[in-house]
Write a protein that binds this ligand. Structure first.
Ligand code: AP5
Length: 221
């Protein structure tokens, strides 16, 4: 397996947007821990009400819950040829768990760090809308749907995520700064190359092009 891709970055850096472009290009699954947790909460399946409350507050769900969920997902047959991880790992303990899992299979991760400023994050997340049926992402200013509040693809009314209120976005940013940024140190200290991609100023297609070029240069080195 050569395509164990980790998309790393703060809330609103575009991990979900870029993961969809990469998976569309490479034909490998998009593994988003946020989406998996939200689905389980909606269906009342496999997670406690404490997990739902944790997510609504902007804090991180316990490592053991997320590690077990990711391990199950990566063991599915469709992930045998690779996957794009979006939102995992988010703590050093998760990064160690992933490293052990991949090393046991002789695989190294490719880490792409999407770099954006706090102000960009606030503007993106307060305007984000999502189709609850197909998951397509919109933004009320930057990427509005053709018909107000309806998904272009299936006409479903768009929704605002529970954790996209400004105070919760601040708390998610704090969780990122306190618990997730140290993962970059872990990678650098253990010799893992991290590819920094400026993801703040250009539209998603341009950011994707930068990722594609960074991955090509990584393949060559
Ligand atoms: P999660 O769902 O992973 O949320 P997040 O990391 O906060 O990231 P977002 O989904 O908010 O943003 P994104 O980077 O994917 O950006 P997007 O592409 O949507 O996690 C939610 C919660 O689940 C966590 O708070 C935690 O509680 C829990 N959780 C999840 N994983 C966990 C883990 N591993 N451990 C513990 N807990 C975990 O883009 C945002 C907006 O910007 C969109 O409107 C989009 O259209 C727009 N946009 C994107 N790119 C661009 C661009 N280049 N230009 C203009 N607009 C853009």
């Amino acid at each position: 397996m050569t395509n164990a891709i980790v998309l790393f970055g703060p809330p609103g850096s575009g991990k979900g947007t870029q993961a969809k472009l990469i998976t569309g290009c490479l034909g490998i699954p998009h593994v988003s821990t946020g989406e998996m947790l939200r689905k389980r909460v909606r269906q009342g399946e496999g997670v406690s009400s404490a997990v739902a409350a944790t997510m609504q507050s902007g804090a991180l769900v316990p490592d053991e819950v997320v590690n077990a969920m990711v391990e199950d997902r990566l063991s599915c047959p469709d992930a045998a040829g690779g996957f794009v991880l979006d939102g995992f790992p988010r703590t050093v303990a998760q990064a160690r768990h992933l490293r052990d899992w991949l090393e046991a299979r002789g695989v190294h991760e490719v880490v792409i760090h999407l770099v954006v400023d706090y102000n960009v994050v606030i503007a993106r997340l307060t305007g984000r809308r999502q189709c609850p049926r197909c998951g397509t992402l919109y933004h009320i200013v930057l990427k509005p749907p053709k018909t107000d509040q309806l998904c272009d693809l299936d006409g479903e009314p768009l929704m605002v995520r529970d954790d996209d209120r400004e105070q919760v976005i601040r708390d998610r940013w704090d969780a990122y700064a306190g618990q997730t940024l140290p993962v970059l140190e872990f990678y650098r200290e253990t010799g893992q190359r991290v590819m920094d991609v400026d993801a703040g100023d250009e539209p998603p297609e341009c950011v994707f092009e930068k990722i594609r070029r960074a991955m090509e240069s990584n393949d060559r080195s």
